[in-house]
Design a binder for this molecule. Structure first.
Ligand SMILES: NC(=O)c1ccc[n+]([C@@H]2O[C@H](COP(=O)([O-])OP(=O)(O)OC[C@H]3O[C@@H](n4cnc5c(N)ncnc54)[C@H](O)[C@@H]3O)[C@@H](O)[C@H]2O)c1
Length: 325
């Protein structure tokens, strides 16, 4: 199958690298508005570079596109790919709002193409090991979940569009909170149903939030908190699951620990291969056998709906129900 990557930035290049590890998949094109970057990628990956996606879709005729663009371009480009009959791996967060998600889902259905959203959390081996333990019930009843992420969000090399609400949709919650919301929902087989959230703006760039706290209710009755801050602190990316007979500490990409008697012990985690390559393989399998995707448009829309509730709750100072339909 022929693959094109639209947007050759931080993650676009990783998708090009991942495609090298997928049998039966050949990267043929990259679309990138920055001409120097486009030339570099063309030389490194042996793909044809285009400045505009319409020209690429007409000429290169890929079967799959990866849409790795700033968030405000997701809807327009995903819909055009669907109209051209091209299957889509659309990077997270799916779009700026639920209405945009609906338009993308509708276009994919109408044109009979597969739509996968790049919720890469589903492919990290630490997360998959955590999911198995949660589902086994060996730690008893799940009581609560606390997710905490601190990063230097305002680092100098982060592209400027991430700091503009009109282009990014929001700040650290939209970009990184989307992973936390997805992780909680997917790992526990639940949906976030209600939120009370406070987001705050202490960053020195743009008009997006640089921090926030969310208290969530889930459809399985387990409460969760998500705390995010993007300033000059100590980096942390931890999700702690508290059960009646123990605890799990998940540090995605760094490991998983389990406690049954007051101390944490490392869980041996199987190396399953590169997450982005496995993500592409899943999309190809779904195209070939028509299987439903775990990270479908319908699922990914729920993450955007939670994000909308987060901002509504923070603005109004009230608890908000998540619109699930
Ligand atoms: N799944 C993950 O873990 C993960 C990690 C990083 C980023 N992302 C997501 O991937 C997407 C891209 O993020 P990024 O960090 O790569 O951003 P980026 O700014 O590094 O890359 C975007 C690229 O798109 C190019 N571009 C902009 N407008 C264009 C247009 N009209 N046509 C063609 N190219 C255009 C830019 O020049 C840039 O090179 C976002 O949705 C982001 O949230 C996901």
């Amino acid at each position: 199958m022929k693959l094109a990557v639209i947007g050759g930035g931080t993650i676009g290049v990783k998708h090009l690298e991942a495609a090298r590890d997928v049998e039966g998949l050949e990267a043929v094109a990259v679309v990138e508005v920055n001409p120097e970057r486009a030339a570099e990628l063309s030389a490194e990956f042996g793909v044809r570079a285009y400045a505009h996606y319409e020209e690429m879709l007409a000429e290169a005729q890929p079967e799959i596109t990866v849409v790795a663009l700033p968030h405000f371009l997701h809807k327009e480009v995903a819909i055009r790919c669907a109209e051209r009959g091209v299957h889509i791996l659309l990077e997270k967060p799916m779009a700026l709002n639920v209405e945009e998600c609906d338009a993308i889902i509708e276009a994919a259905h109408r044109h009979g193409v597969k739509l996968m959203v790049g919720h890469t959390q589903h492919y990290h081996p630490d997360n998959l090991a955590a999911k198995r333990i949660i589902e086994s019930g060996e730690l008893g009843q799940l009581v609560m979940i606390n997710d905490m992420r601190h990063v230097n969000y305002y680092r100098a090399d982060r592209p400027g569009w991430f700091f503009e609400k009109a282009k990014a949709g929001g700040g650290i919650f939209t970009n990184l909170g989307a992973h936390s919301i997805d992780k909680i929902q997917w790992l526990t087989g639940s949906r976030v149903t209600k939120v009370k959230a406070f987001v705050s703006h202490y960053g020195d760039r743009g008009d997006i939030e640089g921090s926030g706290v969310l208290l969530a209710e889930t459809s399985i009755g387990v409460p969760a908190t998500i705390s995010q801050s993007g300033y000059l602190g100590v980096s942390r990316n931890e999700t702690e699951f508290i059960f009646t007979k123990g605890m799990l500490k998940l540090e995605t990409g760094k490991g998983l620990q389990i406690s049954r008697n007051g101390v944490y012990e490392k869980v041996a985690v199987e190396d399953l291969g590169k997450p982005l390559a496995r993500q592409l393989k899943d999309l190809m399998a779904a195209i070939q056998d028509g299987a439903e995707l775990d990270c479908s448009g319908e699922y990914s829309r729920t993450v955007i709906s939670v994000l909308e509730s987060v901002y509504r709750s923070s603005e109004t100072g009230t608890e908000q129900a998540v619109r699930l339909v």
